[in-house]
Design a protein around this ligand. Sequence first.
Ligand code: CA
Length: 238
Amino acid sequence: MTDRLTCLFMASVLVVEDDPVIRTALIEVLTGHGYAVRTTHQGFEALREITSSPPDIVVLDLGLPDLDGLDVLRMIRGISRVPVLVATARDDESEIIRLLNAGADDYLVKPFSGGQLAARLAAVLRRSVPAGAAPARRPVLHVADLRIDPTARTAHLAGRELSLTRREFDLLAYLAAHADQVITRRRILTEVWQQPYVEDQTVDVHLSALRRKMGEKPRKPRYLRTVRGLGIKLVSSP
Ligand code: CA
């Protein structure tokens, strides 16, 4: 149940990177942030992948063995509107302008941190919904007595509607989509708040309000468990 729910929310990333060390690091970071990751180390193969089974987003290294990364970017734009985040070793202005003109949605200058990559990806994905497009109806989540409708933005606990703020709702929906997984405060700030630079304690403030509204006992919460030193877990069998 949990796995299926998680999969429905998982964005797929195609990583195009020829350096095996960097590739392994990227797989680790992105998998850790809940992305389904595919990789290729060549430009031609990337184009084939994008055509045959389009990912939600592409992370493209510019220095590839078979093709110039900028050419790969232009070729991607010839066949697809998939968001592309470029990883470049150069940060001079002319290079950035060239990348953006060639159709990059954003760029990262090497070396970059995993946290920065995850935050940029989330931001690009957020922007990539075409203007005017109706938002896709997202599946209703059922976790034990909880029913969360991400499209209607309503949450019910044992049939009673919870009156939640925007943040509280986002927090609950995220934890429910990742039920039984320990989620760090940092991850919540990066992926739910999309503000990786605010204090971890911000999460606790919203968490305690959420617990109160759900009628959780402070010492023995049913659903929203704190895993000391690690993070928060919403349990599916309270
Ligand atoms: Ca390279």
